[in-house]
Design a protein around this ligand. Sequence first.
Ligand code: HEM
Length: 222
Amino acid sequence: MKKEMLIMTLGVSFLTAALLVGCGSSSTDTTNGMGNGGSNGSSGNMGNQGDGSEEGAGSNIPYLRDNHANYKEHGSNQTPAPVKDANAKSINWTIAATTEEGAIKLQDHLAFMEERLLNDQNPRGWDKLFLMEAYMKYNRYYTTSVERSGTNVVVSKNANTACAYEVISAHSDAVSGDFFAQGEIMIDYSSTAESILASSACDAERTSVESYISSRQMGRGR
Ligand code: HEM
């Protein structure tokens, strides 16, 4: 009788352990479901096609592109637009999603991207504007804060140099004018980045940014 009890107890323990291991690995998969967005060696690149499909599952880019029209400027029916303050070098957005799911997807997109940038990754390695932004974030030339309340997402970006401000400002124009307004994410903003880099605002950063771009930039579709 005692032997049977022991066998039964061992059986239950084994089953419980197997279930726990199973759950653990599936949640790890979800967290790390970033395709090639993970560490990619010294190049730091992640993704290059630009359609978002290869930026990693956690980026939510395909969702945002497909649902771009479901985001509005808070309190109106307009495309979300950044509120810029050049003197304070800050950009603020209050974006209203039509569903809580949409707000969470956007919040998660920002968390995903910020983590990549802070870990020396650079999404859209073919686009100089995104490369410049990655450089600026990694080197702490600007900060981002994101807060969500229900269907609203509030994003604040604060730069500490004029050059970094120009970069986050141009990025916000792309997000508002093309990403949100059209769901268009294939445009290359490299020429905008080149103009910013050539301006006097970037005198101090130019040499380092140029060398960062030449070491990171990859061909489109490679
Ligand atoms: C082409 C694919 C995309 C890439 C590589 C990308 C990447 C990024 C990066 C790097 C940031 C900056 C994060 C930070 O500064 O902390 C960002 C911010 C943001 N993204 Fe995306 N994103 C993409 C598509 C989209 C789409 C389709 C939408 C919405 C329709 C979107 C909405 C936003 C918003 C609202 C922000 C915060 C505002 C801002 O940084 O100016 N993104 N994204």
